[in-house]
Design a protein around this ligand. Structure first.
Ligand code: ADE
Length: 430
């Protein structure tokens, strides 16, 4: 089996052998980017030779006896197979476009540390041997998410059928999602642990969030209390501040992509399928109707602030259990979304503090220059002010809000209804 990602030109060198001559990197750069470095054996000229190797986020380097990097193998998203252990020798084989190379060690600890580092670089085979299916968690546009039991922990596994990866652009998109997820590490973002390939599918092994997503939660229980909204928004903004500091724009922040972890009542931002690395002016039109920043719909250059607009819509939705853009069809919703005239009716917002209303209005501001960044929003007095209200007042307030949480369900039908959840890429709005 070849890595499905070998179809796309991740490696521009087009080398015809596993190892190739060194590119421009100096040894100090390699050392700086090193994920792991240690001795391993390779089999050559009918014997095992012990050599030093350095692993970076895209390559493995072979270091010669003078401690100078000698050759490089590009192994980003290359296929890794764990070999059967024989005579106390642990091994793995990596195959890239040019060929394959087996590596061995007698030290189980060194072997395990190589495998964990290689999970950040390669695509592994052997999914069935390492994971057992517990249940299905949900079906998305291009993937099914399952709960799997791994060694010691449970994981959410995003399963993308190879049928859905028939076109190069879909493989490229998945490679991009993996690259984005591998670049991120934050408590409010679902972590990607590893990527496995089977004959039928590619499987992203992610942190499992034991609660539902916020779409389900709001559909089932109605609006949340303001106290809960404060905690929720604070975590969402922390996640956005972090990804923006890493130059990543999510571009699809919505209730369905925010998961609840029951164990510690934290939230996790998930699904980076539409995320991009920030460039000098993104223009690609994408997102979900009802959540997209108006500058995207107007075909303007945009940046990280688009996520803040969507976060504002999320805030509106969790506090009122309705969307600000009501419509009978996705075109109608998109038109309202593009015009961005958002009302804050007393009927739904009367119960929310002035500071809460103020932050929501700032986040859904039409003009991205006037919209706060995640860092600025985190400094909004709603967070300090609301949480500073004496406990007995908060309790009273929560009770009042809670009694209202058996909420008008009807408005939720639009635009949250499943049929409207289509993700669009380009061209739906004139
Ligand atoms: N549904 C989609 N992703 C999930 C995850 N990481 N945990 C639980 N349910 C999910």
């Amino acid at each position: 089996m070849k890595s499905i990602f070998s179809e796309i030109s991740l490696n521009c060198s087009g080398s015809e052998t596993f190892w190739e001559g060194l590119s421009r990197e100096t040894f100090s750069q390699i050392k700086k980017n090193s994920l792991l470095s240690s001795y391993l054996c390779i089999y050559a000229s009918e014997k095992y030779i012990r050599k030093k190797f350095v692993l970076t986020s895209d390559s493995i380097y072979y270091i010669n006896f003078q401690n100078i990097p000698f050759s490089q193998a590009y192994i980003k998203l290359a296929l890794l197979e764990v070999l059967e252990t024989t005579k106390n020798r642990y091994g793995f084989r990596i195959s890239n476009e040019g060929g394959s190379q087996e590596f061995f060690t007698r030290d189980q600890e060194i072997f395990q540390s190589w495998l964990s580092a290689l999970h950040k670089v390669c695509v592994f085979s052997g999914f069935e041997e390492n994971f057992s299916l517990v249940k299905e968690l949900g079906i998305g546009n291009t993937a099914i998410v399952y709960l799997y039991q791994g060694q010691g922990s449970q994981y959410a596994v995003k399963n993308i059928s190879k049928q859905n990866l028939a076109s190069l652009s879909n493989i490229e998109r998945l490679a991009h999602e993996i690259e984005v997820l591998r670049s991120l590490s934050h408590p409010n973002i679902t972590k990607l642990h590893s990527v496995y390939q089977t004959e039928e599918s590619v499987n992203l092994v992610l942190d499992y969030a034991s609660g539902s997503d916020y779409y389900e939660k709001i559909m089932n229980l109605g609006a949340v209390s303001e106290t809960e909204a404060v905690k929720f928004m604070y975590q969402l903004l922390l996640a956005l501040d972090y990804i923006h500091s890493q130059k990543v724009i999510h571009r699809d922040v919505k209730l369905e992509n925010i998961l609840v972890n029951h164990e510690n009542s934290s939230i996790s931002l998930t699904d980076f399928g539409l995320a991009c690395f920030k460039q000098v002016g993104c223009i690609e039109r994408c997102g979900s109707p009802g959540y997209v920043a108006p500058e995207i719909l107007r075909g303007l250059n945009y940046g990280c602030k688009v996520d803040l607009f969507s976060a504002g819509i999320v805030m509106y939705s969790i506090l009122t259990s309705r969307s600000p853009f009501q419509g009978g069809s996705s075109d109608e919703v998109l038109l309202k979304n593009k015009n961005c005239q958002i009302k804050f009716p007393e009927k739904y917002w009367g119960k929310v503090s002035k500071l809460g209303v103020d932050l929501a209005k700032r986040l859904v501001c039409d003009d991205p220059r006037k919209r706060p960044s995640a860092k600025e929003a985190l400094r909004h007095p709603w967070f300090s002010g609301f949480l500073a209200i004496p406990h007995y007042v908060r309790t009273k307030k929560r009770q009042k809000v809670k009694s209202k949480t058996i909420l008008p369900r009807k408005p939720l039908e639009s635009p949250f209804s499943k049929t409207m959840k289509l993700v669009f890429k380009c061209g739906l709005v004139d």
